[in-house]
Design a protein around this ligand. Structure first.
Ligand code: NAP
Length: 299
């Protein structure tokens, strides 16, 4: 890790570039009201966030782009100081669709290039007008191999449309197969990581291949708390609140600090000003060993 103890602490990617360890998630296609994400991005840039996690699927890249453009115009930030990620959706895995889809994303984001473009999932959907095509009650998959898709990703890199390429939601076997069949190695694997799903083995595997893990849902999808099938997020655990009191930190700050200590980047999402500020204020304390022995963190 480089530049420790600042908001812009970064991790080195295998192509020599750097990714900030903290970023702002922008997902909530159906939950954020129009304009909310634009406001969140502006607050985040003012608060020091430089890493933004976007996706074509989230349906709000135009809003993200408007916010970025305004902040650049105001002189608050320069394009080269930002790290912008987007992702290729499952309907567009055919090799010849990858470059056009990235161009569409760039046009929405009002940018000339991305910092990181990811294959969102290792499987493809049937090409269809529906974002999530269904056949007889089941997701309708196509048999396009992610190795074919990766060739399109490499083309994006060669054309200068993105500085780095990577994957999301890939397991170790899928990464291994990709590494054996690629010209350019992925720099990153973005997967769910939170104390309920600490991904210890996958993080170790990725580190052994010089691939950075970016952890999504770091706060454990607190909006689903109490629903069947969703474990209670750690930020609602009273023991974590107790630990936080020792450091004068909130449960979310304790959890994010713990995750960053695993050597990964995290992308908590919020459209609430106080939480956006809270989630980046995590670099001025180190959890003691006794605090890391809370069962939650060991699962
Ligand atoms: N690659 C993938 O397949 C994939 C999948 C899922 C997510 N992602 C990415 O990862 C990002 C984060 O994941 P996520 O949005 O699902 O989950 P998350 O970041 O773990 O949790 C977001 C939820 O926590 C709330 N929250 C934020 N900060 C908080 C705090 N300090 N205290 C209490 N609650 C807080 C947010 O509410 P408010 O917004 O109302 O403040 C929101 O309801 C996404 O936005 C997206 O960019 C990627």
């Amino acid at each position: 890790m480089t530049n420790t103890n600042t908001k812009n602490t970064t991790l080195k990617l295998n192509n020599g570039r750097e990714i900030p360890v903290i970023g702002l998630g922008t997902y909530k296609l159906f939950k954020s009201r129009p304009g909310e994400v634009e406001t969140a991005i502006k607050i985040a840039i003012d608060a020091g966030y430089r890493h933004f996690d976007c996706a074509w699927f989230y349906g709000n890249e135009a809003e993200v782009g408007t916010a970025i453009r305004k902040k650049i115009a105001e002189g608050k930030v320069k394009r080269e100081e930002l790290f912008i990620t987007s992702k290729l959706w499952n309907n567009f895995h055919r090799k010849d669709r990858v470059v056009p889809m990235l161009k569409e994303t760039l046009s929405s984001l009002k940018l000339d290039y991305l910092d990181l473009y990811l294959i969102h999932w290792p499987f493809a959907f049937k090409e269809s007008a529906s974002l999530w095509p269904i056949d007889e009650g089941e997701s309708a998959f196509s048999d396009i191999d992610y190795l074919e898709t990766w060739q399109g990703m490499e083309e994006c890199l060669n054309l200068g449309l993105t500085k780095s390429i990577g994957v999301s939601n890939f397991n170790a076997e899928q990464i291994d197969r990709l590494l054996k069949n690629c010209k350019v190695k992925p720099v990153c694997n973005q997967v769910e990581v939170n104390p309920n799903l600490n991904q210890k083995k996958l993080i170790e595997f990725c580190r052994s291949k010089d691939i950075v893990v970016v952890g999504y849902c770091p706060l454990g999808r607190s909006e689903y708390a109490g629903l069947p099938g969703f474990p209670d997020p750690t930020i609602l655990d009273p023991k974590v609140a107790e630990i936080g009191k020792k450091y004068n930190k909130t449960p979310a700050q304790v959890v994010l600090n713990y995750l960053v200590s695993l050597g990964i980047s995290v992308i908590p999402k919020s459209v609430t000003k106080s939480r956006i500020l809270e989630n980046i204020n995590i670099f001025d304390f180190t959890l003691a060993a006794e605090d890391l022995s809370v069962p939650r963190f060991l699962q």
